[in-house]
Ligand binder design. Structure first.
Ligand SMILES: Cc1cc2nc3c(=O)[nH]c(=O)nc-3n(C[C@H](O)[C@H](O)[C@H](O)COP(=O)(O)OP(=O)(O)OC[C@H]3O[C@@H](n4cnc5c(N)ncnc54)[C@H](O)[C@@H]3O)c2cc1C
Ligand code: FES
Length: 282
């Protein structure tokens, strides 16, 4: 059942103008857009939250913010070209304008992560939302323990944020490993080949001191969760960012429901113990 109106409802559906500051090609189907709200204000998001991106004539889609609030004056969106809106977005250039609503949804639980070791596991396009948390932890290193970043992609040409991956590896207290399912298409690739779970098994962690986060395609949830539980982590120590088809993004239309929860308001970041028994959540 759609939720009650709030006093903000008059302006809920009116997007704010944002200007594209730069566009970087990440792969053949993903681009990173750096934007600034046209009125000069900050987005005021937290890592894990998303915005509703709109382009006149093409509609709206939820996109996670890929940069942290610690880097001011801009925010970034990593966007895969899949349909009409994202294809229109990929055609835009520096100086073009888009609409932004939000930020919306639950962030990663930074409060509980304070002082803990972080195990951040992403697959495919999931590194975009995770990057916001990784860069946040890099900017506020003293607030966290060890940070281990694991990332899997299908093939070398689909690895996102290659430069960032190399940079994160060099930060003291950070470890970063990535792997691809297959080397196909890149004879020069010299990194790991195999599944993301192959990266989890050799890791030594202190289960009581660790918070794990998973962002990626649903196919990775079951094996990654099983590998984390083998390492001694409980469901309360594992968070996931879920993707659901959305319309309003603000708890009004019911489009994104997972039983009694709305992915747009109760999520997209959920603790595993909250959703593991819900039908169709994982
Ligand atoms: C919380 C959240 C955060 C997201 N963050 C990002 C992000 O950072 N970067 C990014 O590139 N994408 C992200 N997405 C996905 C993005 O919103 C969809 O790909 C969006 O539909 C693209 O719009 P479009 O008009 O280009 O494609 P459409 O024309 O809407 O759809 C293209 C195809 O994708 C399918 N599809 C659409 N949405 C989803 C979905 N949520 N799950 C599964 N299949 C779907 C459609 O059925 C269709 O087959 C996120 C989605 C959610 C819910
Ligand atoms: S209730 Fe409308 S998208 Fe979540």
């Amino acid at each position: 059942m759609p939720r009650a109106d709030s006093c903000q409802s008059r302006s809920l559906y009116i997007p704010r103008d944002a200007t594209i500051l730069s566009v970087t090609e990440l792969t053949s189907r993903e681009k990173l857009f750096r934007l600034r709200l046209s009125d000069g204000s900050e987005l005021k998001h937290l890592p894990g939250q998303f915005i509703q991106l709109s382009i006149l004539g093409y509609g709206e889609a939820p996109i996670s913010v890929a940069s942290p609030p610690t880097r001011q004056g801009y925010f970034e969106l990593g966007i895969r070209r899949v349909g009409s809106l994202t294809t229109a977005m990929h055609a835009l250039k520096r100086g073009d304008k888009v609409g932004i609503r939000g930020p919306y949804g639950t962030p990663f639980d930074l409060g509980s992560m304070g002082g803990k070791d972080l195990l951040l596991i992403s697959g495919g396009c999931g590194l975009a939302p995770m990057r916001s948390l990784i860069q946040y932890a890099a900017d506020r290193k003293s607030e966290f323990g060890r940070v281990t970043i694991l990332y899997g992609a299908r093939s070398p040409d689909q690895l996102l944020f290659r430069e960032d991956l190399d940079k994160w590896e060099t930060i003291s207290g950070f470890a970063c490993s990535y792997t691809v399912d297959s080397r196909e298409g890149d004879g020069c690739y010299s990194g790991s080949t195999g599944l993301i779970t192959d990266l989890i098994r050799p890791i030594e962690l202190s289960p009581a001191e660790t918070e794990a986060v998973i962002v990626g395609p649903p196919a990775m949830y079951t094996p990654v969760i099983a590998a984390l539980k083998e390492k001694g982590l409980s469901s309360q120590q594992i968070s996931l960012s879920l993707e659901r088809q959305m319309r309003c993004g603000v708890g009004k239309c019911g489009h994104c429901s997972i039983e009694h929860l709305y992915c747009c308001q109760d999520g997209p970041v959920f603790r595993l113990n909250v959703i593991e028994h819900l039908h169709g959540a994982l």
